[in-house]
Design a protein around this ligand. Structure first.
Ligand SMILES: Cc1ncc(COP(=O)(O)O)c(C=O)c1O
Length: 423
């Protein structure tokens, strides 16, 4: 996260001290770096130089309108998982011909909405869904372009809740029977079978699962072509992992023990590893990265409300809660936490917890941090993906604000909700 860094002992986003932003806009607060977003997109998309492709940003990672507009200007397409996300993508200016629609549970009204807007492709997840899309398209006098999502049964070695490419997961069609299902899809009058889709999980740090998946997909393309089904595009999904530990370094910050397995390959390396394999199929390539584009673009800034020592543990209670960033509670996910201003002094082991009435409301457990006091500000790093998009009003807490930094300019890109906005 090059664009979040310490100058002397102050955390900066680009050219702006984060503490100044927190003073002006209040906490808790999501804060994003425009340049980091652009750099991330370019490092992924640029790895395809000379290849027919679309980088369809996965909106589920973060669908803030202003961030989406930046990605539109960079030439991104959009990967949506609901009619709501298609709506947000269209509103931000993504061309319908660059929008894909995934998800195991598409409702009839959502299918109609996507057909009406003539999106690039439905990524279909079951035989029954094929029949439903065919019937709705027929009723509307349209032809639906589809890709079948195949489940390659590959262990992506990620958290079980974000693993999607195993036979035991609900996603996609078992690759062992995929040819049969493609033949069925091909027989349906209102479908145009255009592609193969796969997405094996999220926060994947190894290249090998992607390489194995690419090999299986390319073989399937060849088999299908031999049986007369001419696959035009491969949608290889997203899932490229990011580095959460020691994302920002400074001599006054404790550094977390890591192994090589905690380090994410560079963005372009994921593509570099699979591109030669995928290219051999001679198809257009679509990818759907989310996290690798926005995770290190954003931080969650929060204020220390209280300290508490119950004799067993020390707690630092902050003003952000699990409703603002659920990843630690949901996946025991690690986020580095740093004070906005570093001082020489004691360190201690603490639980950093929020105000929500759940024991699961924590950001870190038994974490060594510099000693902090009431009123100090902390940044929870690498929080741009699956952060705001996963927020809730639990405990009737108003949604927090989002701000965007561009050099030394800062602007609000989502207003903080007020108590009166809570319905
Ligand atoms: C179908 C699909 N595509 C793309 C993504 C984005 O994944 P990531 O944010 O890990 O790149 C997801 C997320 O789970 C997904 O389910």
């Amino acid at each position: 996260m090059k664009h979040f860094h310490f100058r002397e002992n102050e955390l900066y986003c680009e050219d702006t001290p984060v503490a100044e932003i927190a003073q002006e806009f209040g906490t808790p607060l999501y804060l994003y770096s425009r340049q980091q977003l652009v750099d991330n997109f370019r490092s992924i998309d640029g790895a395809f130089a000379g290849v027919d492709h679309t980088t369809c940003y996965a909106l589920k990672a973060n669908s803030n309108h202003e961030l989406l507009k930046i990605l539109v200007a960079e030439g991104a397409g959009a990967d949506a998982v609901s009619a709501g996300e298609i709506h947000l993508a269209l509103k931000a200016g993504f061309a319908p011909s660059t929008i894909t629609f995934a998800g195991v549970g598409k409702q009839d009204a959502e299918i109609e909405f996507a057909l009406k807007h003539d999106i690039f492709a439905f990524n279909v997840e079951s035989t029954e869904e094929l029949a439903v899309i065919d019937a709705i398209a027929g009723r509307m006098g349209r032809k639906a372009r589809i890709a079948l999502r195949v489940n390659p049964d590959i262990d992506a070695s990620t958290h079980p809740y974000i693993s999607t490419g195993l036979k035991s997961n609900k996603f996609g069609i078992d690759i062992a029977v995929a040819a049969e299902v493609f033949t069925y899809a091909h027989s349906l009058p209102n479908l145009h079978v255009d592609g193969i889709h796969t997405h094996i999980g999220s926060q994947i740090l190894k290249l090998d699962p992607f390489v194995q998946t690419a090999q299986k997909v390319v073989k399937l393309v060849a088999d299908l072509r031999a049986s007369g089904i001419n696959i035009q595009h491969i949608d290889f999904g997203g899932g490229y992992g990011v580095t959460y530990k020691n994302a920002v370094k400074h001599p006054l910050l404790p550094s977390e023990e890591t192994t090589a397995a905690d380090e994410a390959p560079m963005n372009g390396e994921f593509i570099g590893a699979v591109l030669p394999i995928l290219r051999s199929a001679g198809c257009k390539i679509v990818i759907e990265p989310g996290r690798s584009i926005v995770a290190n673009t954003g931080i969650l800034v929060t204020k220390v409300l209280y300290r508490k020592d119950n004799g067993v543990k020390k707690f630092v209670i902050v003003d952000a809660g699990m409703n603002d960033l659920i990843r630690p509670s949901l996946y025991q996910a690690y986020h580095q936490i740093v004070p906005l201003t570093l001082k020489e002094g004691e360190r201690e082991s603490v639980d950093v917890v929020g105000p929500v009435c759940e024991t699961g409301d924590f950001f870190a457990r038994e974490r060594t941090l510099p000693y902090v006091h009431r009123g100090d500000m902390l940044a929870i790093l690498t929080a741009g993906a699956y952060g705001f998009s996963f927020t809730s009003h639990y405990n009737a807490r108003p949604a927090l604000a989002e701000v965007l930094v561009n050099g030394d300019k800062v602007r609000v890109i989502r207003e903080r909700e007020k108590i009166e906005d809570i319905k």
